[in-house]
Write a protein that binds this ligand. Structure first.
Ligand code: ADP
Ligand code: GN1
Ligand code: MG
Length: 370
């Protein structure tokens, strides 16, 4: 991330934050936006915020995206207040600019926003306690229920075809053909891994067309580090990273959480012997997600949960591989071959899921009706 301190301060100062801007350092481990911990000071007191430079390459319609974020957070805030919760910690809260806008555009055309900082809570990159993962399953399940009442027609589709796996596959094949970096030869095995599974990729869309799989307002990026766990209570506190909220499939919200959180290794682990699907973690998340969705999932959705997990893992691996072939232009990377390492963990996880398929189905069956 190469954004001068002067530019960060200038952006921060455009917002109606408390006091003087004191520091603004890179924060978190997201792959898309540039995130900073902004600290301001007034009367000897420090006030933390999250400052983000939004990724305009990835999100073409920032205005539409911010309308989604504002709409969803306002909607959630109302429900939290009604339930006597903590509205400043249980949802993201935007801080307006000094001109009362939700975002700021700097002189170089970059888009910035500020959120209230949620303190006393942690985003994990690896499950430390199974209970945390159960809590996150419950929260993501519940989140879908809450959003069921959100007017879907008010939402902008921030990234068209986001989880359209066949469309992702087409882009992948194009990247292989073009091979702009000359990297294809060295990743033949990984390319073949994708080719061998192309038949399965269109199943969710086919079921949707047949009317068997409902389109729901979903989060679409439900990895563990997009949920904050309260340090004191151990409960899921707040779902963050709302940039991809748009109509999608419940099985993919479920599946993306499994992809990231039920992996025994981190997403970019280089030692593939550490990668596997933890069935105990798969089980606790399934239990939580099904409890949280309060019986709203249809028979087909329930049946397709293992498929959702496999497809999100395969799709994500294919996206990392596409980015590797294209020269690391989409996901933030911090070392050479970073996207290839990520791709390999995803494919190792897919292979492990394939070998544990019957157990995955049995676990889902066990919790149906919870
Ligand atoms: P990206 O789209 O790049 O993943 P996120 O919105 O997920 O960006 O933010 C990146 C990281 O910043 C999160 O994983 C989390 O650690 C931290 N973060 C984001 N928003 C907040 C917040 N309001 N309070 C505290 N931490 C936050
Ligand atoms: C990105 O923004 P972040 O880091 O939470 C990506 C997801 C991928 C994920 C892989 C908008 O998520 O789709 O699954 O990386 N987000 C976008 O870790 O492309
Ligand atoms: Mg994130």
């Amino acid at each position: 991330m190469d954004i001068s301190m002067e530019r960060r301060f200038k952006a921060a100062e455009a917002f109606a934050v408390k006091g003087q801007v004191k520091s603004c350092e890179p924060y978190g481990s997201g792959h898309i936006n540039n995130t900073f911990l902004l600290v301001c000071r007034e009367d000897g007191q420090e006030y933390p915020y999250i400052l983000q430079q939004m990724n305009h390459e990835v999100f073409k319609d920032i205005q539409g995206l911010m309308r989604n974020v504002k709409g969803v957070t306002t909607f959630l805030r109302r429900q939290i207040v009604e339930n006597h919760g903590e509205p400043d910690r249980e949802t993201l809260n935007l801080i307006p600019t000094k001109e009362g806008k939700d975002f700021y555009i700097d002189s170089q055309g970059s888009f910035w926003r500020v959120y209230m900082f949620i303190g006393g809570a942690t985003c994990y990159n690896l499950v430390e306690k199974p209970e945390d993962f159960y809590q996150s399953g419950k929260a993501f399940g519940r989140f879908q229920c809450l959003l069921a009442d959100f007017p879907a027609d008010e939402l902008t589709e921030t990234i068209p075809d986001f989880h359209n796996t066949p469309a992702r596959f087409k882009k992948f094949k194009k990247a292989v053909e073009e091979d702009v970096m000359g990297r294809a030869e060295k990743v033949r095995r990984e390319i073949q891994f994708v080719m061998d599974r192309q038949e399965e990729m269109g199943l969710a869309l086919k079921l949707k067309e047949e009317g068997a799989l409902p389109l729901r307002v979903s989060h679409n990026d439900t990895k563990l580090n997009n949920i904050m766990i309260d340090d004191k209570t151990g409960q899921a506190l707040c779902i963050i990273d709302l940039d991809t909220i748009m109509p999608g499939f419940s099985i993919f919200d479920y599946g993306d959480s499994i992809r990231f959180g039920a992996n025994t290794a981190e997403e970019d682990e280089r030692d593939l012997s550490k990668v596997s699907l933890s069935l105990p973690l798969f089980e606790v998340y399934t239990k939580g997600f099904l409890e949280g969705s309060e019986g709203r999932l249809t028979e087909t959705e329930l049946k397709m949960l293992p498929y959702g997990a496999k497809m999100m893992t395969l799709e994500c691996g294919m996206r990392f591989l596409t980015d590797h072939l294209q020269g690391d232009v989409y996901f933030h990377t911090s070392r050479e071959g970073h996207n290839l390492d990520r791709c390999r963990t995803q494919f190792a996880l897919v292979a492990d899921m394939e070998s544990k398929w019957t157990q995955m189905e049995e676990i889902v069956k066990k919790y149906q009706g919870s």
